[in-house]
Design a protein around this ligand. Structure first.
Ligand code: SME
Length: 161
């Protein structure tokens, strides 16, 4: 395994995702432990993009429970019908929220968070295993590029579930 992440010095997010993808593939490809892989994926995304908060909420005990993350401390448990994470879980789809204050029921773990994207991660049987939550301190910071490219990373995780 490489010891450091190589991140191109560009603000073009698609270019950074493209450089990152094979490195994440190599990083988690040979490791079978789920938590170790989620931890490295969160760290790689945080390091490459300097997002405000990147982490996983894992389906456990009928709730979403905080998993590996990078960033400030966060809410530990989210009900399936609460917040953007709960909405992504319930609707089984990726949600891009350009302004969290305008999202009904948004959970403000940290007031610095202004926009976010949440993507579900599926078990083979189609149920949601966890969600990836990425938060930004900028308004309107996420687009379909993030949805597509983060989705590709999550498909790597799904193969190992
Ligand atoms: N913003 C999320 C809550 C989790 S934190 O921001 C880390 C939500 O509304 O689901």
């Amino acid at each position: 395994m490489a010891e450091e992440l190589l991140v191109p010095t560009t603000t073009d997010r698609a270019t950074v995702y493209n450089a990152l993808f094979p490195q994440i593939q190599a990083l988690i490809g040979t490791e079978s432990d789920l938590i170790a892989n989620l931890a490295n994926v969160a760290a790689a995304l945080k390091e490459a993009f300097d997002f405000f908060w990147v982490g996983f909420y894992i389906v456990k005990e009928g709730q979403l429970v905080l998993g590996p993350f990078q960033g400030p401390i966060a809410c530990t448990r989210i009900a399936f019908d609460k917040g953007v994470c709960g909405a992504s879980y319930s609707q089984k789809k990726t949600l891009i929220v350009p302004d969290v204050e305008a999202f009904p029921g948004h959970i403000a773990c940290n007031s610095a968070s202004k926009s976010e994207i949440v993507l579900p991660v599926f078990h083979r049987n189609g149920t949601v295993a966890m969600v990836l939550d990425v938060d930004s301190d900028q308004l309107d910071d996420f687009s379909e590029v993030d949805a597509l490219e983060l989705g590709k990373v999550l498909r790597l995780i799904e193969r190992k579930l």
